[in-house]
Design a protein around this ligand. Structure first.
Ligand code: IMP
Ligand code: MG
Length: 177
């Protein structure tokens, strides 16, 4: 696609998601998982990840504050849509599209622990460690990505590009960079 430079191919993502699913299946053997996706970005990854986990899995979704039309994080989060089920006593696994500043997941993790989740782990398909501002790391990471604005595989710029089956770097000219 125009304006997007390929970074991680569809095939590489497919293989990595299968590995993550196998690792999670091993780590949670004998347990059942409450997989919570952070919309909208995690929708694509979550739908692939849950089919790669060979255990009982219940899914739920949350909507928290997003970047909107810009490329900078808001600094704190707002719960726009909460989970339908209670996380109390559950083995909670959060599926995220990208761990960037970490502000979103740091706050979300604190909240779900406070609500009594039995365990709380984070699985992110992409990780951008260069921009971290909160003391948080994911338990499962698909790929480390450079300090660039990336789109595709669920990640958007101004609600576009989520449907690209690969991950690419968005040309800064698109957002006036
Ligand atoms: P954080 O709170 O800064 O870690 O931001 C998390 C959210 O910001 C992600 O779930 C994405 O929706 C969005 N985000 C961060 N970096 C990028 C990017 O490079 N492309 C698209 N969205 C991004
Ligand atoms: Mg997001």
């Amino acid at each position: 696609m125009e304006n997007v430079k390929m970074l991680i191919t569809e095939d590489e993502i497919k293989r990595r998601v299968a590995e993550l699913g196998a690792q999670i299946t091993e780590d949670y053997a004998g347990k059942s998982i409450l997989l919570i996706g952070v919309l909208k970005g995690a929708a694509v990854f979550m739908s692939d990840l849950m089919r790669a986990i060979n255990l009982p899995v219940e899914i739920d979704f949350m909507v928290v504050s997003s970047y909107g039309a810009g490329t900078q994080s808001a600094g704190n989060i707002k719960i726009v849509k909460d989970t339908d089920v209670s996380v109390e006593g559950r083995e909670v696994l959060i599926a995220e599209d990208i761990l960037d500043t970490g502000i979103t997941l740091y706050n979300l993790k604190e909240l779900l622990i406070k609500r009594g989740a039995k365990s709380l782990k984070i699985c992110t398909i992409f990780n951008k460690p260069a921009r971290r501002r909160s003391p948080i790391e994911a338990d499962y990471v698909g790929f480390e990505v450079p300090d660039e604005f990336v789109v595709g595989y669920g990640l958007d710029y101004d609600q576009q590009y989520r449907n690209l089956p690969y991950l690419g770097i968005l040309d800064p000219s698109v957002y006036g960079g």
